[in-house]
Write a protein that binds this ligand. Structure first.
Ligand code: ANZ
Ligand code: ZN
Length: 831
């Protein structure tokens, strides 16, 4: 008989909910060390329910959480919904309804799917960022930043489609054109709100080394912050009062400067442009507005620019050098002005070649030859043609020159960051309203905290138009100034949804607090998050914003920890069976609901954990699902056939007594070896999110059990079977929660299997002889594996298949047969 998952999954989902199995009591936590806060990035309830990618992200983490709980940790695992934002708004536009209605409907459906997954979330701590109970506090957060001078307004460009008369998000611009009409998108200046994340650039950077995060993510975040050390140098302008300042990382090349370049939108451009060049310059500036920043800095793009008619004076040589404008210089980095050294900077080199400007070689390569007809020499070297600095190496000269510039009052060492301040204004409807009022008398007035939330009105025409939809809502727009009572207007932009998710981890333990965003007392003992899990695509945005907000709240005295996520894991991506990203349009998507229906929730979960390396992801394989199904049925048979035995109560197991050890025969020893080894290795692997190898141990144990149960019984067999099988249920519990719970009850327990501790392994039963065997693929040696001397062919085959080197060689291939030479080798023939 095969396991009746339909019956038992429903039954346990209901029982767990009734008995509040996952109930977490914040009051029982004494300190930050006394809890284990596991958080998986919350989903957007924007489209169509949970898909396979969601299942892959959440189900294994839930198993990990259940495992930690059985290991004795006080696990806190909440879940919520990141409900504001463009995807939900666009979905509503497409479906012709209201985003609030869709959000509610999708949230309900997703919670039902989460329950079918069998997750152990405590839903009492649920949050939904689009509800006033939550966004009231997002507004409160804005006010804290505003009060401390970290929220400010300035003009900044937005993507603008002149045809649709609308602002576009970056993801709505495709190859420079509008997503709907393909008109070339231009940059338009709007007054917008920013958070001063750059004030925290240094701390955000220096703390990274202390984080237990994937190396690549740390590097990405470091590069994103982009600390760059160099110097500012002042240049005079020929015939003008004003001085200009350039930022350079190579002050040692100053004697090689042959021209200066301004960013086209630099505010001094109109002033320095000579009248006869005005027409050309203005035309060029207009053209620049049509190009995205990414294209501007691309090294593929052919250099362009125009001369302004003005000249700057090189402070070291007093030479007159021409001033140009070009789009390869960005207005928002450094000072927006560059001293160009074509001999030693490739972009300058290309520009100089194109416009026939001088190339002056001032840094000589120390060892290798360099052909200046080919490209710039961009490495360090020895200064030549550099006045008193000639003969110094780059490093020496940079130090000396920076000091000299400082002494002369015309520059000095500077640090620049690539990181920009965080633009939080969105000209969209479905987001948190910014709690600001504009009064004709008092100017910009923050809304008093007692008046929060500023509610997002429901009846608004939110289809895209030239301006923020809230501007068209008179009841919202018109209000009274909270300071003087005069007629005033509200800010009509909403906040970037990354603001909602920049503090949600603080809210979870305080989810039901209606008088504060969070209580400091509770937050300081419930945080930081002990393990944070989510996609690597968040490396530079969400993970940086959240760290920033956390640091601000610490500096404001609300919390006492600086880093919200000291330990981070990224899950991989489940691909379609064709190896492509799963998507409906490609027809390679599989629906979790179908598999839950056909094979059961536990089987799907086990497949996702066994069929992939969690961190790497990989392609979907229906064959893998069927194999897991067989494994579940096989273990089910063990329990079924031994139910009567398992119902017996053993005070202790006498086979464990030292005086009985010599009564164990070789089959006993072999089973006990695999059993204890499974506990040990599954624990080790699970701890590291290596679920696939953990489950492979269970398969090994199942094979061993098959042999053992089929063979004649030894003196202690009953005890041993009882011990191994009842513990097998416990071992399976985190990974197949319904299945384990069902069997735990069937063998006569009235408390949940999740009240059990993770079993201890017995080192003294793991001294079985081990031998080393060769694993070959198509006759070629791949690796050596260590196996129990008495392990049988099937066991060895499954160990061989889960070997890392073998695994990567056989993915996507089929094993047509294998050749087994006992105690020597196993050779897999694959096609
Ligand atoms: C002269 C020079 C000579 C430069 C040389 C480089 C090599 P990072 O490392 O990214 O900070 N630069 C400065 N401001 C710029 C802007 N707003 N837009 C585009 N480029 C800008 O790069 C700093 C270097 O990039 C600066 O050093 C400057 O060119 C350029 F042999 O100055 B350098
Ligand atoms: Zn006023």
């Amino acid at each position: 008989m095969s396991y009746d998952f339909k019956h038992s999954e429903k039954k346990w989902q209901n029982k767990w909910a009734e008995s509040q199995l996952s109930h977490f009591d914040v009051n029982k936590v004494n300190s930050s060390e006394d809890k284990y806060y596991i958080l998986t990035m919350f989903p957007y309830p924007s489209g169509d329910q949970l898909h396979m990618g969601h299942w892959y992200q959440y189900a294994p983490v839930d198993s990990w959480a259940r495992f930690q709980q059985m290991k004795g940790k006080k696990v806190f695992q909440p879940m919520g919904f990141d409900a504001f934002g463009l995807p939900a708004e666009n979905y509503a536009i497409k479906q012709g309804g209201h985003p609030d209605t869709y959000t509610d409907r999708n949230v309900t459906k997703m919670i039902q799917q989460y329950k079918e997954m069998g997750v152990s979330y405590d839903w009492n701590f649920q949050i939904n960022t689009s509800k006033p109970e939550y966004y009231k506090w997002t507004q409160w957060l804005f006010l804290q930043l505003y009060k401390s001078g970290l929220a400010y307004q300035r003009h900044a460009p937005v993507n603008w489609c002149p045809q649709c008369q609308t602002v576009l998000a970056n993801e709505q611009v495709h190859g420079g054109g509008c997503e709907r009409c393909d008109t070339t998108v231009i940059q338009k200046d709007l007054k917008q709100w920013f958070f001063s994340i750059t004030k925290y650039a240094d701390k955000l950077l220096s703390n990274i080394d202390s984080l237990d995060w994937p190396h690549k993510t740390k590097m990405m975040q470091k590069n994103w912050i982009g600390k760059s050390e160099g110097a500012n140098i002042e240049f005079a302008i020929d015939g003008q009062q004003d001085k200009i300042t350039v930022f350079t990382t190579r002050p040692d090349t100053i004697y090689g400067v042959t021209y200066v370049v301004f960013a086209p939108e630099h505010h001094l451009v109109p002033q320095i442009t000579r009248p006869e060049y005005k027409g050309a310059v203005e035309q060029y500036i207009k053209k620049t507005l049509e190009i995205t920043e990414l294209d501007r800095i691309s090294d593929q793009k052919e250099k362009s620019g125009v001369f302004t008619g003005s000249y700057a004076i090189n402070p070291m040589t007093n030479e007159k050098i021409p001033i140009w404008i070009s789009d390869y210089v960005l207005c928002t980095y450094g000072t927006g002005i560059v001293m160009a050294v074509p001999a030693h900077d490739q972009r300058d080199y290309e520009f100089a070649k194109k416009f026939n400007l001088n190339i002056k070689h001032v840094i000589h390569p120390q060892e290798q030859q360099h052909d200046f007809n080919d490209c710039a020499y961009t490495e360090a070297g020895v200064a030549i043609n550099s006045g008193p600095y000639s003969g110094m190496n780059s490093e020496e000269m940079i130090k000396k020159l920076s000091d000299d510039l400082k002494a002369k009052g015309i520059g000095g060492p500077t640090v620049n960051f690539r990181l920009r301040d965080w633009l939080i204004s969105r000209q969209r409807y479905w987001g948190t309203p910014i709690p600001i009022i504009y009064c004709p008398k008092c100017g910009t007035v923050p809304i008093p905290e007692k008046d929060l939330p500023v509610k997002l009105p429901f009846d608004v025409d939110f289809r895209p138009s030239g301006e923020s939809p809230l501007k068209r809502c008179n009841e919202f727009l018109h209000t009274k100034c909270p300071t003087c009572g005069a007629a005033a207007k509200r800010e009509v932009d909403t906040m970037d949804t990354f603001v909602c998710s920049s503090w949600y981890f603080l809210r979870f333990p305080n989810a039901n607090n209606s008088s504060e965003a969070f209580s400091s007392k509770i937050t300081n003992k419930m945080l930081p998050v002990d393990k944070y899990i989510g996609g690597p695509e968040h490396a530079c945005m969400h993970l940086l914003y959240a760290r920033f907000i956390n640091m601000v709240l610490k500096d404001l005295g609300y919390i006492d920890f600086e880093e919200p996520f000291p330990s981070l894991v990224h899950q991989g991506l489940v691909l379609g069976n064709d190896g492509q990203k799963m998507s409906k349009s490609k027809g390679n998507a599989v629906s979790p609901d179908t598999y839950v229906d056909q094979y059961g929730s536990d089987t799907l979960r086990l497949y996702l954990m066994f069929g992939f390396n969690y961190i790497d992801g990989g392609p979907w394989d229906d064959g893998g699902v069927k194999a897991i199904c067989r494994f579940v049925n096989k273990t089910d048979n063990f329990f079924e056939e031994n139910t009567e035995l398992l119902k017996q109560k053993f005070e202790s197991y006498s086979y464990l007594l030292p005086e009985n050890r010599n009564k164990l025969d070789s089959k006993d020893k072999s089973l006990l070896y695999v059993f204890n080894n499974s506990i040990k290795r599954a624990e080790f692997d699970t701890e590291r999110f290596q679920f696939n190898t953990a489950i492979a141990r269970y398969m090994e144990l199942a094979n061993e059990l098959s042999n053992y149960l089929a063979a004649p019984r030894s003196e202690h067999a009953n005890e041993i079977i009882h011990h191994v099988l009842s513990n097998f249920i416990i071992l399976l519990a985190p990974f197949a929660p319904h299945f384990a719970e069902e069997w735990w009850e069937k063998i006569g327990n009235n408390k949940s299997v999740f009240t059990q501790s993770w079993p201890n392994y017995n080192e003294s039963l793991m001294v079985l002889d081990e031998i080393s065997m060769a694993v070959m693929i198509n006759g070629k040696l791949r690796d050596q594996i260590t196996v129990a001397a008495e392990a049988d062919e099937n066991t060895i085959l499954s160990i061989a298949k889960t070997n890392k080197k073998v695994e990567s060689a056989i993915t996507g291939k089929t094993i047509v047969k294998h050749i087994f030479v006992p105690k020597k080798l196993i050779n897999l023939i694959i096609k």
